[in-house]
Design a protein. Structure first.
Length: 156
């Protein structure tokens, strides 16, 4: 289990950011410390550390808190439940692969492992060039490996 101070160090951010993300629902403490009120120290499991690292990486591009909460929800509900996605994240944690996240409109996330440059371009820019919708006029590409390497252990 990781304390708020641990999360501060692992996520390379200040305590207020971790508290804000927790209050907003982007980070979820363990069930026994979630709604206990003042004086109870929140604890986070190792899977939530990975969620936090991905949220922290996405926060660098100035995404609003609602978008960060949506990203965390997708990571928790889809990526951490799928063995293939977990294996990709674990390869980033171990540093054996370069892992990227593509953020698309509609809260769609794409996880790429060691993508050739043309695949990364296709996953981000090429589709935007052909789209007619203003909803598809923005995408983000984030290199996750440097963040995932900060995790203390792989996902089980």
């Amino acid at each position: 289990m990781h304390t708020l101070a641990d999360m501060e160090d692992l996520l390379a951010c200040n305590r207020r950011s971790v508290q804000f993300w927790t209050d907003a629902g982007a980070l979820i403490p363990t069930a026994d410390t979630r709604h206990m009120g003042r004086g109870v120290h929140r604890l986070f499991d190792s899977a939530e550390v990975v969620v936090g690292l991905i949220v922290r990486a996405a926060a660098q591009i100035q995404l609003p808190i609602g978008r960060l909460v949506s990203i965390a929800t997708v990571v928790r509900r889809e990526w951490l439940q799928d063995p293939e996605h977990k294996a990709i994240l674990n390869s980033g944690i171990a540093g054996t692969a370069q892992v990227f996240m593509v953020i698309e409109s509609g809260n769609r996330l794409v996880l790429l492992k060691n993508p050739p440059v043309d695949e990364a371009v296709e996953a981000t820019f090429q589709e935007m060039v052909h789209a007619n919708s203003i909803d598809d006029s923005w995408k983000g590409l984030i290199h996750l490996t440097p963040w995932l390497r900060r995790a203390k252990s792989t996902l089980t």
